[in-house]
Design a protein around this ligand. Sequence first.
Ligand code: SAM
Length: 243
Amino acid sequence: MPRDRHVNRALALQRDPNLPPSLALEPGACPIMRPDGAMKERLERHEAPLPVCPDPEKCPVRAFFASAAAAGAPVELEVGSGYGRFAMGHAAAHPEIRFFAVEQDEARVARTDVASRKRGLSNVGWLAGEARYALEYCVPPGSVSAAFVLFPDPWPKDRHARNRFFRAPNVELVWRALKPGGALHAATDDASYFAEAVAAVDSDPRFERVEPYWRGPDEQTDFERKFLAQGKTVNRASWRKRG
Ligand SMILES: C[S@@+](CC[C@H](N)C(=O)[O-])C[C@H]1O[C@@H](n2cnc3c(N)ncnc32)[C@H](O)[C@@H]1O
């Protein structure tokens, strides 16, 4: 499918030879991370036999986690990193961690990759892909110290509700990715989605509620700053994986 002009422009900026090496995790033609319509259907329906990783040796996500493990660095991740303001602020404040940011919008990822290289960050890996598939097929189970889901799309219409991230199958994926004692942090301006998200995680006894993670100005997301400027309330909750 031909790419939009703005995607091509973002990808061209990303290829600037004067920048430090790219931090984007290039999924290439991986049918799981970059599924076509037919593969999406299969992934959504969990149609047996489930797709398997076509070539684990070449998987950039597995390589990212393996390199962190070899260095003894904790891995934290973000689902839907948008323009990456939180990911960059958090990774800059915690050089000891490796931060895996997954965002489905290719242009946003290209721009965050450029921005983080300009900032001199080297501990972030950006993946342009579907977070649910990355969690299910690429992230090693029990490998993540903290997962952030900040201002996820609320999908307010009932007929789109299945797209909301905070549903039992995705809570399960986060649980599987986390280490015992690992944390899940959520924030949203949408009060009804917040109540739904809290109910989805609270109803899983393998998680326990902990003090909400507080993010300072350098860790506020782009959407958060917009909502705060509009006088909206930010709802936050955090959980710990028991065990
Ligand atoms: C409302 S925006 C919030 C972005 C950012 N977290 C912020 O607060 O500025 C939600 C983001 O999640 C991304 N997103 C939604 N569903 C996703 C999925 N399943 N996998 C990866 N990214 C997703 C969207 O493309 C969008 O950039």
